[in-house]
Design a protein around this ligand. Structure first.
Ligand code: ADP
Ligand code: ZN
Ligand code: MG
Length: 516
């Protein structure tokens, strides 16, 4: 059996104000973080990023901090004595004829990121991916291919800070690579170091893949690591997954025909054709003639590393775990909430409003711990359902984003309280929520305005119940004869008769009494 061996190299464009070694803006409009698209070509340039002779690069402290933070989040060790090196090659998008990068002393190395692998094609529940290293470097310019075979160069991107992260060949399936990249994007967004949007080129991925033979007894036959294919410049999650799947098929056929890849090669992904295409025989490291950048003194990162370690925010994995233990959420609900940092923050605020309310509840004062835990878990489920299905459902129908949503956490928590205390049934609460989305009003005002409260007039409710019992004498008789499951049917009839105004729980109590 052949098993895939996959390692990723990821370039992350850092969201700094200025470029890696000069003071040019790193983004066309810092307020939109839309990358460099939007600025007219060759407007964000200066003698330094154009590689003019006699200019001196000055490392960007914000980029260094971003790289260290990302490294710490990936469990890496910070190399406090780090340095920059020149990587030499000739290409029109590289004005100096070399790229300032890091060779043997990257800012961080030796980390690990564990990701949960759910979905079709999962070969193990958790993938632990070693992080070899991450280093800082400058982006190249962008070649624009115009008419008549002409190529233009836009230097706006030249010198934008990049963090290149290299993983160990630890992925066992294309799905694992995709899940890992999703988590990496979420971490970058959580830290605020990059928007990591692959479609915008803010995160770019080279995927390395080879196969090896595994025997029935679990041992590897032949080499652990065989010559690999490096698929360059994948710019969407889908492309990564598809390209890797294609390569697995292609290499499997080569192995089956007893002609496995003899040398490592570089290929490109052609998405239209759905195939990888040979690009060139890979150059070896020697071809780059790396040497220390003489214009930048070695770095001492001791102070910066300590400061970054102290101020690292809670990471997605920890937040997911905490949402489960602290708020009694289901694992999958916690994952969905944490996937969007703004949504996670909203949920967090809703819970803190609710816990103040829960604690203040007189009924809770003398309640046993078990009862309190039960109530907490009920509220937790209520909140996640109401956010993930109802609120997000209404929002997507209206193309509203959580960042622009008018419903604040306080009002949303109040709505949850109304539902939890049966002052509002689910159908009515959804109507109230829709109105809250339009106006941002608080739910009790909406209820008063629209007379949407639950039917608290017990006399009217008792009448409604009596009517239903008369209309459904047969069912009532059968219930009394022991078909207790008919209670649900009768409750439904009453709720319908009151057009949803009656609260099911109250109806149940009253009906049970009336039915004896
Ligand atoms: P090179 O520089 O020769 O391309 P590296 O050893 O620097 O190779 O590794 C580059 C990336 O390729 C890393 O992410 C690494 O995990 C991965 N990789 C290395 N060897 C293999 C292999 N045999 N199969 C799949 N991936 C590999
Ligand atoms: Zn510049
Ligand atoms: Mg290498």
């Amino acid at each position: 059996m052949f098993e895939p061996v996959i390692g990723l190299e990821i370039h992350l464009q850092l969201k700094t104000k200025t470029k890696m070694f000069c003071s040019c803006p790193a983004h066309a409009d810092p307020s939109t973080s839309s990358g460099l698209s939007g600025a007219a070509p060759n407007t964000n340039v200066c003698p330094i990023c154009l590689g003019q002779p006699g200019t001196l690069p000055v490392p960007n402290a914000e980029a260094i901090r971003a790289g260290i933070r990302m490294g710490l989040a990936l469990g890496c060790k910070v190399n406090v004595s780090s340095k920059f090196d020149r990587k030499n090659y000739f290409y029109p998008d590289l004005p100096k004829g070399y790229q300032i990068s890091q060779y043997d002393l990257p800012i961080v190395s030796g980390g690990m990121l564990a990701v949960e692998v759910i979905g079709k094609g999962a070969v193990r529940p958790i993938a632990r991916i070693g992080i070899t290293r991450a280093h800082l470097e400058e982006d190249a310019a962008k070649n624009l291919h115009g008419e008549e075979g002409k190529t233009f160069v836009d230097f706006n991107r030249a010198g934008v800070p990049l963090l290149e992260m290299v993983t160990e060949p630890d992925f066992a399936s294309p799905l694992e690579a995709k899940v890992f990249l999703h988590e990496l994007r979420l971490i970058a967004r959580t830290l605020g170091v990059s928007d990591a949007d692959m479609e915008k080129g803010q995160m770019r991925c080279d995927a390395n893949i080879s196969l090896r033979k595994r025997r029935e007894d679990g041992s590897v036959e032949g080499l652990m690591f065989n010559p690999k294919t490096e698929i360059k410049n994948l710019n969407s999650f889908r492309h990564v997954e598809r390209a890797l799947a294609f390569e697995i098929d292609r290499q499997t056929r080569m192995w089956e025909q007893d002609t496995p890849p003899a040398v490592s090669t570089t290929r490109g992904w052609n998405d239209a054709k759905g195939i990888t295409e040979e690009q060139r025989i890979k150059e070896s490291e020697g071809d780059y003639r790396f040497f220390p950048e003489p214009d930048i003194p070695p770095l001492d990162l001791t102070m910066i590393a300590e400061e970054c370690a102290r101020s690292l925010p809670e990471l997605p994995a920890a937040k997911r775990a905490r949402f489960v233990t602290e708020y009694c959420l289901k694992k999958d609900d916690a994952r969905q909430l944490v996937d969007d940092p703004a949504l996670a923050a909203f949920a967090e605020n809703v819970f803190s409003e609710l816990h103040a309310w829960l604690d203040a509840l007189p009924a809770n004062e003398g309640a046993s711990e078990e009862l309190q835990a039960q109530e907490k878990s009920r509220i937790g489920r209520l909140v996640s359902t109401w956010i993930l299905t109802k609120l997000l459902g209404l929002m997507s129908e209206r193309s509203i984003d959580i960042r622009t949503c008018k419903v604040d956490a306080e009002n949303f928590a109040e709505l949850i309280v109304l539902v939890a205390t049966s002052k509002l049934n689910a159908a009515r609460a959804l109507e109230v929520l829709a109105i809250m989305l339009e106006s941002g009003a608080d739910p009790s005002h909406v209820m008063e305005d629209r007379k949407l409260g639950a039917m608290e007039d017990t006399e009217a409710l008792a009448d409604a119940i009596d009517r239903i019992m008369v209309q459904h004498v047969a069912e009532v008789a059968r219930y009394k004869a022991g078909e207790t499951q008919l209670l649900g049917f009768l409750i439904g009839q009453v709720v319908r008769a009151t057009e949803g105004a009656a609260d099911a729980k109250t109806v149940k109590n009253l009906l049970s009494v009336k039915l004896g």
